[in-house]
Design a protein around this ligand. Sequence first.
Ligand code: SD4
Length: 334
Amino acid sequence: MNRRKFVLNTALTSIGGLLGINYLKGNNSLEAHLKSSVNGGIMLDNPTIISTWRFGIAANDAAYEVLSKGGNALDAVEAGVKVPEADLNNTSVGRAGYPDRDGKVTLDACIMDKDGNAGSVAFIQHIAHPISVARAVMEKTPHVMLVGDGALQFALENGFKKEELLTENAKKAWEEWKKKNNYTPPIGPNNHDTIGMLAIDKEGNISGACTTSGLAFKMHGRVGDSPIIGAGMYADNNVGGAAATGLGEAVIKVAGSFLVVEAMRNGRTPQEACEMAVHRIVEKQKNYKDIQVGFIALNKHGERGAYSIVKGFQYAFHQKGENKVYDSDYHLKE
Ligand code: SD4
């Protein structure tokens, strides 16, 4: 598609959105519109990256490093989320993540590429970069998801190193928690900081990644939304992508990220789609006032959205050379 056509289409989409007209229906759907463009992708002026939380800034920088050299979105999201995975100050992703209630660090991650391929690992221990194991599952096996010891075995067979991921600091926090909580798994609004990331490269293709140590002090064996394709993250190159953070149990029950992407496919803006998904959780989840869930979304035009149940969800957005943290809007106003 030439630039004039792109500008015209973007303008029509925005006008439709402004007027509240759901013009993106049937053959005029966003999906059909995007399919007719080059490679199913739209050439953005600049690569675009969105990720969850304030620590998304450093992750976005690493992803942009890849994209600015002409790298693809898949390499970018993997490189991006590896930053918080390695960060010793980050107690909710990868190494130094808080353990489960038995003192074991168990990690969840997933990744999707522009062709809809997906890879995932859940309940994996001793591997510092679960996102790269998820990518290896996608690229080297006929499967989508490996869990627990099987995931570890696969990782070791593929050259990943077995390491102790529990830091002294995380161990201390666990010991303190044990004293106070008598092993009851927590579900409060402040106990989650997963990184989910979506990136669009120079070719206009989207990929996504999500990685976490999950809910701190969870039951041993508990798996959240983050490694579940369509819950913690989903990307469709005809439409866009979404990722979730917060209480995974609530996200899984509404297939949250898939819900957001399908809403965009049917004509909602990324912001409207995130709000609809949060409202779905609010409708279904009786204790919604006691939990937090946040969604980010990015469509193939490079437009973004973010919304959460309660105040405090932030995300990092990198576009046109600017990488900034934003406060998301939220449902539960005081
Ligand atoms: C989970 N969604 O495991 C994740 C929690 C989170 O840092 O956001 N963790 O439920």
